[in-house]
Write a protein that binds this ligand. Structure first.
Ligand code: PLP
Length: 446
């Protein structure tokens, strides 16, 4: 690969423009909310062991309420579907289904779990559905809407539905970025007319809606820009095809309003320095990129729907939030088992609990519940896996740290529990905190 002068200028820009530092008051208040409950977390840990996941049902319900209220303010007919991939603990889905949400699944495995949860309004999305998965969807067609990912999947679904003599409700996923890796999702917008015509030849597949999904959105710009593009394309559809569209599913991708919290190595300049072999002088610095509130997401998406979509199609709106709903509904508790130096401790749980080297780049405070303090002290907090990437953080909030201390890593509900791995160490137990009390203790988590 050849590095040009333009590349070098861009790299210089990235290094010279560091991200804003995380607001210290916001961080202190966040840490304080957990320190206030230290005694209760420590007692749960004593009773149920360590390491431990704690599922906080009240936090999840609070988010579900906030999310649906935000969108129902603008859309008379709105339905949210929890993206199960973001957290596949069965109690999370069960809680949200009881609350009135549907579920968004992306595999036969997730579909089975959704059906087990009692959910009767399921979206089945995702690329590369197998014949077996399509057959499952057909078998449960009263509960499932299949969001087709390609022309091939349309043919496969028609075949599976014909065999079962069923008519299946479906939608089609639209590709939001025809270049690069996101090409793998959905059909190009320019193929929508052809897709609808092909579906006319499939008497067992009822195409009733459109879906798109954009990710890592700190604000709704990606969603609103795509709605504008979609409207251009809808104009070329026949009146008959337009009237078939009964829903537009705007996908997931809403960043929690806390914003994105990063370690130095997670910032553009940190990545450049790291790849050049330059050590960062202050690993304790934290950076924060703001996200807008869910109410702002709803307001701006609603305005874009009014401008671009509703003049052309009369439809209801669906969404598939994952991260936004479950992020702060699960926490991780670990215990210090070895202190190797004043600034290096090892905990009993490692990053197999979260499935990836998250905290090399993302920041979450490590809170020493045993010795609470408002001060964050520098110390490598590492797990017990045989890899140097097994790190929870470069510091902890606490007044010292010793073997036996219980540490909390809060806000680990999204894309951690469902990515957990059976790697070297056993999986952790999970306890369900219902109305402030432990009501269920799941020993088997896989
Ligand atoms: C199709 C689809 N919908 C919804 C989601 C949930 O996204 P998020 O957790 O960012 O809200 C995803 C995540 O990958 C997805 O692929």
């Amino acid at each position: 690969m050849q590095i040009t002068g333009t590349h070098i200028n861009k790299i210089k820009d990235a290094v010279r423009q560091p991200l804003p530092e995380l607001n210290q008051t916001v961080l202190a208040d966040y840490v304080n909310t957990f320190q206030k409950q230290a005694a209760s977390y420590i007692s749960i840990c004593r009773q149920h062991g360590s390491p431990l996941y704690i599922f906080d049902q009240a936090a999840l319900l609070h988010r579900a309420q906030q999310f649906t209220s935000a969108f129902k303010e603008y859309f008379a007919e709105f339905q949210a579907y929890f993206a199960v991939k973001s957290n596949n603990h069965p109690s999370v889905a069960a809680t949200l289904v009881d609350f009135g949400l549907g579920l968004d699944v992306s595999s036969g495995l997730e579909l089975e779990a959704a059906l087990r949860s009692g959910c009767r309004d399921i979206l089945f999305s995702g690329p590369g559905k197998t014949e077996h998965e399509l057959r499952m969807a057909v078998k449960h067609h009263r509960s499932v809407t299949v969001l087709m990912d390609s022309f091939g999947e349309l043919a496969g679904l028609e075949k599976a539905a014909r065999k079962e003599k069923s008519r299946v409700r479906s939608g089609v996923r639209l590709c939001t970025n025809e270049k690069g890796l996101w090409r793998k999702f959905g059909i190009p917008l320019s193929d929508l007319g052809a897709f609808m015509s092909e579906a006319d030849q499939c008497p067992h597949v009822d195409v009733t809606g459109l879906q798109f999904h954009t990710s890592w959105n700190l604000n709704p710009k990606n969603q609103t820009a795509f709605l504008a593009r979609l409207s251009e394309n809808l104009r070329s559809l026949s009146a008959e095809h337009l009237s078939a569209i009964k829903f537009v599913d705007i996908g997931g991708g809403y960043w929690p309003s806390r914003g994105e919290w990063l370690q130095p190595y997670g910032t553009p300049s940190g990545r450049v320095l790291q790849s050049s072999g330059i050590e960062i002088s202050n690993p304790m610095a934290h950076y924060g990129i703001d996200a807008v509130s869910i109410e702002t997401f709803a307001e701006r998406i609603a305005a874009a729907m009014e401008t671009h979509i509703f003049p052309l199609v009369s439809c209801n709106v669906k969404a598939e939030p994952g991260r936004w709903l479950c992020d702060d509904a699960m926490h991780i508790l670990v215990t210090v088992i070895d202190k190797k130096a004043e600034d290096l401790v090892i905990t009993d749980g490692g990053i197999h609990l979260i499935g990836w080297e998250r905290f090399e780049t993302d920041y979450a405070p490590v809170i020493n519940l045993t010795r609470p303090s408002r001060a964050e002290r520098q110390c490598l907090i590492m797990g017990s896996l045989c890899t140097p990437h097994d790190i929870w953080g470069y510091g902890y909030f606490g007044n010292g740290i010793e073997p036996g201390d219980v540490l909390l890593i809060p806000g680990q509900g999204a894309y951690t529990y469902s990515l957990r791995q059976h790697f070297i160490k056993p999986l952790a137990k999970i306890v369900n905190l219902i109305n402030g009390k432990v009501e269920q203790n799941d020993t088997a988590v896989d």
